[in-house]
Design a protein around this ligand. Structure first.
Ligand code: ADP
Ligand code: ZN
Ligand code: ZN
Length: 717
């Protein structure tokens, strides 16, 4: 028997299968999708068995051993990986590796142990049992296996019962996570929810887009759909944006479905994640909830893949290779196994909504809140005037509104999209600004740790008393971050209990859930945070939401900045007044005439969509054009720039209908001592694009001085 093995080599030239001989004693384990160790050159590497053959023209080496008892990549994941490779233009091995949980990767194997619980089953009964032994036997009249602890209550020396042959020991895997079960918590669907549910169930399209205002009960509709599939013996995957969302979501799902729910998210320890993964693989879990990588779970018999908050950036992996879009791959995986896809959002991405308009997706909508509560009033505060009577970043109107709510014992969410204390520290005398030595960006001052930090590479340094450049005592900080806002809040509202939630306060495992629970229990009056507070949270008592500076996202030089601003305002606004109590949203801005802010004020997604589509059309941006971003990085600035220029020229030679821009430093020139240049190609058909990419890759395959990253349709560049 000969196995064709895809070996874990990072070199794209070697991204192909190699033949290995299967020793007789390993033959019984051989299945497609199994992991093995094989000798390669002088190393011993991991690989996936992808095929078998009878003979080979080469002299073959033996497979060393089999890594897992069971296959780790199911047949449909193996197929998905091949398409992922095409879509992302990366190596097949890197796609397969991305699909596996960390715990299954070579270096982790030894650390994570499977835990077991001990049970007993009845082996043989005898006539000459003591009364105490008879009591043990009676335990088995209703159950086939009994936990060790229960047996020991009747008879301490269990060992003896095993030795005489009365009982037999059974080991069962112990999963680290346990969900408290309060099954069947569910609402009767409203007529609107019901008609959406029925349209989904009774039509045969493959992809649906549910556009439902915040609080319209999308989650309830998802659960009803999942229930439908469950009754048909089918499973479901639910993707949610981030861990901040997951505790509440997971809770809602486990309350309804109990322990057939598995949750995969980054707040799990590697061990917990491994357990969940195994529960899914065995078929013990039938509903999987998780962040984007949960799409790759080894679930069988999938009926539906639901993607909540589908507009979220977190479904796109553009910071690491392979640069994949989980929504695109979800649609591919679903089609392959004849499952449906449901995308849901209050503010769908322009691309998705445009597809729905073109009938590529089946559009469903929910226009009212499920509880009958009205959407919140939105008040725009023009900071061009507001700044005059402001206290720090707070206009007097917002201060008054917060006071009133605190007096009424209602709660407040405040959003500021910048962590840290201040944005930059600058010398008023000579203009010196603290910058990261590795990255081309200003350092942020963090008061709690009293240092300056780079948010890109993590570099930290102390602040000096005197300006390092002119030695005068004129250093001062500008711009405002969450830390400083917290300080203002404590000054303005000394009796209010303020909870700050951002990257810096939520690094410890479980801290997210703890904070959200404490806020829910009204242990705090004000929740202040970065965009992590904008997403999917559902608190009854929140009646005021304040966006401290709506311009932070508007001023980002990116074609999606209007869409992101509209979405951020709408989503944050959606956190308030969800159940009965009327909510109000205050938006502080210097750009009150901007259309993204005006449409958000009116809760008018469709209006915003049409306006923004016109602009995208004029500027030739998605969804009218696709974007390919080529990021070229190198340590030598001049060399990197010149090679970037050469790449662009060769593109121009081969591509006639496409628009080619750059090379430019669209983002930040230097990150972690690597200089970056970007080339943007806007295109409609990708056949030619793939040809030039292959040419480029062949030309640079042995060049170690620059690294080329190919990113299809990035959101940020
Ligand atoms: P969305 O996902 O659209 O933001 P949710 O599903 O979270 O909306 O629902 C918003 C709120 O309305 C939740 O508090 C939920 O418990 C409640 N809700 C949803 N559907 C119903 C229903 N049919 N009857 C009563 N309450 C509902
Ligand atoms: Zn100075
Ligand atoms: Zn840095």
């Amino acid at each position: 028997m000969i196995a064709c093995v895809l070996v874990e080599l990072q070199n794209k030239k070697l991204d192909k299968m190699f033949d290995y001989n299967v020793p007789k004693d390993l033959e019984k384990y051989m299945k497609i999708g199994i992991r093995v160790k094989v000798p390669f050159g002088r190393q011993n590497l991991e690989g996936f068995v992808l095929d078998f053959k009878d003979k080979s023209d080469f002299e073959l080496r033996n497979i060393s051993y089999v890594v897992d008892k069971d296959i780790v990549l199911t047949p449909d994941l193996l197929r998905l990986g091949k398409i992922m490779k095409e879509k992302t233009y990366s190596s097949l091995i890197s796609c397969y590796q991305t699909m596996l949980p960390k715990a299954l990767k070579a270096s982790y194997k030894t650390d994570i142990k499977i835990k077991y619980d001990t049970f007993y089953e009845l082996n043989n009964t005898f006539f000459n049992l003591t009364p105490k032994m008879k009591e043990v036997v009676s335990l088995f009249s209703s159950n086939k296996i009994i936990p060790r602890k229960d047996v020991m209550e009747k008879y301490r020396d269990v060992r003896k019962l095993v030795d005489i042959g009365l009982l037999k020991e059974v080991k069962k895997e112990h999963y680290r996570l346990n969900y408290d079960i309060e099954k069947n918590v569910r609402y009767e669907l409203t007529p609107d929810q019901k008609s959406v549910y029925e349209e989904f169930i009774n039509t045969d399209d493959s992809v649906y887009l549910l556009h439902g205002v915040t609080g319209s009960g999308k989650t309830e509709v998802y659960m009803e759909i999942i229930d439908y599939y469950l009754k048909m013996g089918k499973t479901s995957i639910v993707l949610v944006p981030e861990i901040s969302l997951t505790p509440q979501m997971v809770e809602r799902f486990t309350k309804r479905f109990g322990n057939i729910v598995a949750a995969l998210h980054s707040a799990l320890s590697d061990g917990e994640r491994y357990d969940e993964w195994r529960r899914i693989s065995r078929g013990d879990a039938k509903i999987v909830i998780g962040a984007r990588s949960a799409l790759f779970c080894p679930l069988k018999n999938i009926g539906v893949i639901i993607i909540d908050e589908e507009h979220s950036d977190s479904y796109i992996q553009d910071d690491a290779s392979p640069h994949y879009n989980a929504i695109e791959l979800a649609i591919i995986r679903a089609k392959d196994v004849h499952a449906k896809v449901m995308l849901g959002s209050a503010t769908p991405s322009l691309e998705s909504y445009a597809r729905a308009k073109k009938k590529l997706y089946h559009l469903l909508s929910l226009t009212k809140r499920a509880t009958g509560a009205p959407l919140p009033d939105v008040k725009i505060i023009d900071m061009n005037y507001g700044i005059r009577n402001a206290t720090g970043p707070f206009s007097q109107e917002l201060i008054d509104a917060i006071k009133k709510k605190i007096d009424k014992k209602e709660q407040i969410i405040l959003l500021l999209n910048r962590r840290g204390y201040s944005r930059v520290v600058t010398c008023k005398n000579c203009g010196y600004t603290y910058k990261c030595p590795n990255c081309d960006i200003a350092l942020t001052y963090h008061k709690s740790s009293n240092n300056l930090r780079c948010h890109y590479c993590g570099y930290a340094s102390n602040v000096d008393d005197l300006c390092p450049s002119c030695h005068s005592k004129t250093l001062s900080s500008f711009g405002i971050g969450t830390e400083k806002v917290e300080e203002y809040l404590n000054k303005i509202f000394p009796s209010a209990r303020v909870l700050r939630m951002d990257y810096d306060t939520t690094t410890r495992k479980g801290s997210h859930k703890k904070m959200l629970d404490a806020f829910k229990d009204h242990k705090y009056d004000i929740l202040l945070g970065t965009q992590i507070v904008a997403k999917g949270l559902d608190f009854e008592n929140v009646t005021l939401v304040g966006i401290i500076n709506a311009d932070t996202s508007l001023n980002i030089p990116n074609y999606r900045s209007s869409e992101e601003t509209f979405s951020l305002i709408s989503q944050t606004a959606g956190r308030c007044g969800r159940k009965g109590k009327k909510g109000t949203v205050y938006i502080q801005t210097f750009n009150k005439e901007h259309y993204a802010i005006k449409y958000a004020e009116k809760h008018d997604y469709i209006g915003f969509y049409h306006e923004e589509m016109k602009i995208r059309h004029t500027l030739k941006y998605p969804p009218y054009y696709y974007i390919l971003y080529i990021k070229i990085g190198g340590k030598d600035n001049m060399y990197t720039y010149n090679e970037s220029l050469r790449i662009k020229k060769s593109f121009e030679k081969h591509l006639k209908d496409e628009i080619i821009l750059g090379p430019s430093t669209t983002g930040i020139l230097k990150i972690n001592n690597v200089f970056h240049y970007g080339i943007i190609i806007k295109y409609k058909e990708d056949d030619n694009i793939r040809k030039v990419l292959t040419l480029m890759e062949n030309a640079y395959i042995s060049n170690n001085k620059i690294k080329i990253d190919i990113i299809f349709n990035p959101r940020h560049f």
